[in-house]
Design a protein around this ligand. Structure first.
Ligand code: F6P
Length: 324
């Protein structure tokens, strides 16, 4: 089937570089002679028919902007068959032949559900700061978030050193430790506490036994957020079990999601956005575009969201050796 018209949406948590991806998809599609429809507020906007035709000017001057000009949402309605039916009907109403979805794990799961129930070709782009999609070395937004974390932690180090304090710094990542682990390496932290090794042993005990008893003037640990309490809970434990330490906590929160994308994220978003349209032209569907060894690759939805992107254990060793 020849694709004459595409819809594009961003969904789930925003990530720096999403705008660069919207621009790349829009311009490549127009260059290929397709019509482009911008769908606002993710799947929720698709259900509510918030759909506007895009020209090349709609994406002028956005490559450097954080956030997403298309807005985003976490749609509960799209998780229901009724919601997806309304979404499909709106695609038909505008004669949209194919969809490009930019988002993370939940967004690609939604795309897979829609593709299973209706005959819509969908290509996804990995847009999340968490870097937790399998098959791609990097997701769009991860590098910018990492650099933001680096800036923040460098600043916290100044005050941590002055006061000789133990800092727990909480970063995002949901159930993936990429931001925490590589953030800790980039800032010379003493350790990272990450979900991937949470069940293997008591990370806090190991940390105190191995590290803090040494005569360091201050110590900094990056912790992945957790529904069980993250950095605040660890700090409470340390205060109780090791009262000799002067402990402070910093939760970086949503500032990790904002800001102008780095060069790496802009280039990644541009390459993957271009490749998404090329893939649709070649008849591909139900794949996420990714980058592996600096080559653009296609990853089937089912593999991308399988949650089997392992942390390289060697990174933990690098972190610990370098912080002796
Ligand atoms: O998936 C991106 C992310 O920033 C996660 O790291 C975090 O757990 C979540 O989104 C926060 O979501 P919200 O902005 O909806 O609170």
């Amino acid at each position: 089937m020849e694709i004459k018209s595409i819809g594009i949406l961003t969904s789930g948590g925003d990530a720096p570089g999403m705008n660069a991806a919207i621009r790349a998809v829009t311009r490549t599609a127009i260059y290929a002679g397709m019509r482009v429809w911008g769908i606002y507020r993710g799947y929720q906007g698709l259900i509510e028919d918030q759909i506007v035709e895009f020209q090349t000017q709609n994406v002028s001057n956005i490559i450097q902007q954080g956030g997403t000009i298309l807005k985003t949402a976490r749609s509960m309605e799209f998780k229901t068959p009724e919601g997806r039916k309304k979404a499909y009907e709106n695609l038909k109403r505008h004669d949209i032949d194919a969809l490009v979805v930019i988002g993370g794990d939940g967004s690609i799961t939604g795309a897979a559900n829609l593709a299973r129930e209706y005959d819509v070709p969908i290509v996804a782009l990995p847009g999340t700061i968490d870097n937790d999609l399998a098959g791609t070395d990097m997701t769009i937004g991860y590098d910018t978030a990492m650099n933001t974390i680096m800036d923040c932690v460098d600043k916290i180090r100044d005050t941590a050193t002055s006061h000789q304090r133990l800092f727990f710094i909480e970063v995002m990542g949901r159930d993936a430790g990429f931001l925490a682990l590589n953030g800790a390496i980039a800032t010379g932290c003493e350790d990272a506490i990450i979900p991937e090794v949470a069940t293997q042993y008591d990370q806090l005990k190991a940390l105190v036994d191995n590290g803090f008893r040494k005569s360091k003037s201050s110590a900094m640990v990056i912790v992945t957020e957790s529904p069980e309490g993250g950095a605040l809970k660890l700090a409470e434990r340390v205060k109780k079990e090791y009262p000799e330490y002067d402990v402070r906590v910093s939760v970086l929160g949503h500032l990790q999601r904002g800001g102008s994308p780095t060069a790496a994220d802009r280039i990644l978003a541009s390459r993957l956005g271009f490749a998404a349209i090329e893939a649709l032209k070649e008849g591909q569907r139900n794949v996420m575009m990714g980058i592996h060894n600096d080559h653009v690759v296609n990853i089937p939805f089912a593999k991308a969201i399988k949650k089997d992107k392992p942390i390289d254990e060697e990174l933990l060793t690098v972190l610990r050796v370098l912080s002796i």
